[in-house]
Design a protein around this ligand. Structure first.
Ligand SMILES: Cc1cc2nc3c(=O)[nH]c(=O)nc-3n(C[C@H](O)[C@H](O)[C@H](O)COP(=O)(O)OP(=O)(O)OC[C@H]3O[C@@H](n4cnc5c(N)ncnc54)[C@H](O)[C@@H]3O)c2cc1C
Length: 393
């Protein structure tokens, strides 16, 4: 009798398994971040300014146009690769992470998904080759309630005339292009919101005050002032009055990037804590020999692993064309909680030294806080998750 052969489907790879290309991509960024960003990180934080030469290097390395197709000069990579880049950069410097994150997961993503061929031709090559982008939704009185924005856009001939102010805009100091949301009809509520591509040189457009912040100090956060700012009609993104959809859907993707930033920050702090625990001696032995410290380090590592699995899963779901809204909100919510716990414990493991600016962990502790605030506060993530789970989806 011939032996029966059993056909096994190839095993599904684990979530953390990376392709050869992804490993190479990640390792190159890790090395670049360790060698080029780490030496500048402390000074950039103190001055509150990101090194311009590093941004140029981000462009040269293809980090500012990861998903942009080759025909427009980009890397033709995946969203997952953008997530890997944000994680690796944030492990060394959270400001570096958010600059690359906003460029890829918000600005380029919106341009790739919602623009016309003509707009793609005009903007994508720039974004891949030297123009930093910013994403301008928030205003002084509309944060969580983003669609209460009041910046007005009025059509006059072939141009829209924009008036109002934006607040908290990441990358604003360095940016040449802004994805900006304004309302064409305040009485229509969210149905008046429209997306625009605004060039830095647009008449009536000014970058205002830069915020002096607790963390991610080297990343610029500024107000934008629009005073009869003229934007050609051709720069409307998507349909007039449908900007709310662009804003929501872009932020859904962006949240996975913030999750990756928080995983990177947590990893950076944890690695410092591991090294320090091996070196620091008390009671005649390294503190890593005390079980209490070992357990703290083990707990930190476990939480980072869980957060990373959630971020990677959400990113892979996005690349697979699946609905990832719940998973993205969960990944951001949880990663920012993990980052806060891990960075706080890292300060404690350093003892008094951890509380000073002479050692790196206090910066991680300051940098992690933003993860619970931008691209939707933790409460807003919980609201999204609750709505989905209660609807039975
Ligand atoms: C460093 C930094 C960078 C930023 N970058 C950008 C950017 O590039 N582009 C951009 O458009 N915006 C950006 N933002 C803005 C950011 O997205 C908002 O700060 C955030 O959405 C929260 O809005 P808010 O600050 O107005 O807080 P509020 O909305 O006033 O919230 C205050 C508190 O109330 C809670 N709250 C509000 N409403 C509810 C509710 N319905 N249920 C339960 N709790 C609620 C919140 O969770 C929060 O704890 C940035 C902010 C910072 C600090």
């Amino acid at each position: 009798m011939p032996e029966a052969t059993v056909q096994h489907a190839p095993p599904t790879p684990p979530l953390v398994a990376l392709s050869e290309d992804e490993i190479l991509f990640r390792d190159n960024i890790r090395q670049f971040a360790d060698e080029n960003i780490r030496p500048l990180s402390r000074e950039m934080d103190e001055k509150g300014v990101f090194d311009h030469g590093l941004i140029e290097q981000f462009f040269q390395l293809g980090l500012m146009g990861i998903e942009i197709p080759e025909q427009f000069g980009g890397g033709a990579g995946t969203f997952f690769e953008a997530i890997l880049a944000v994680e690796e950069l944030s492990r060394v410097d959270a400001s570096a992470g958010v600059i690359v994150d906003v460029q890829n997961t918000l600005v380029n993503n919106a341009l790739l998904r919602w623009t016309t061929e003509d707009q793609k031709k005009r903007y994508l090559p720039k974004m891949a080759a030297g123009t930093v982008g910013a994403y301008a939704l928030s205003e002084a009185s509309s944060g969580s309630d983003a669609f209460a924005l009041t910046t007005k856009a009025e059509l006059k001939g072939s141009e829209y005339v924009l008036n109002g102010q934006k607040l908290w805009i990441t990358n604003a100091k360095e940016a040449g292009v802004f994805i900006l949301f304004a309302t064409v009809d305040p009485a229509a509520g969210y149905k008046g919101i429209t997306g625009f591509i605004v060039d830095k040189e647009a008449p009536g457009f000014t970058v205002g005050k830069k915020e002096d912040k607790l963390g991610i100090r080297a990343s610029s956060t500024c107000e934008l002032i629009l005073e009869d700012c003229k934007v050609p009609k051709e720069n409307v993104i998507g349909e007039v009055g449908k900007g709310y959809k662009i804003a929501i859907e872009t932020l859904n993707e962006g949240r996975i990037g913030i999750g990756a930033q928080m995983v990177g920050v947590a990893r950076g702090a944890w690695e410092h804590a591991l090294n320090y625990a091996r070196e620091r001696k008390q009671f005649g032995k390294p503190i890593s020999e005390f079980q209490a410290v070992q357990f703290q380090l083990a707990q930190m590592g476990t939480e980072i692993e869980a957060a990373r699995l959630m971020v990677y899963n959400a990113a892979r779901m996005k690349d697979a064309g699946m609905n990832f809204v719940k998973e993205a909100a969960m990944a951001k919510l949880f990663s920012s909680q993990v980052a806060e716990r891990v960075c706080s414990l890292a300060v404690e493991i350093y003892g008094g030294y951890g509380f000073t600016r002479d050692y790196p962990v206090e910066k991680y502790f300051r940098d992690c806080k933003i993860g619970k605030i931008y691209e939707g506060t933790s409460n807003m993530q919980l609201a999204t998750i609750a709505k989905i789970v209660l609807s039975g989806k």
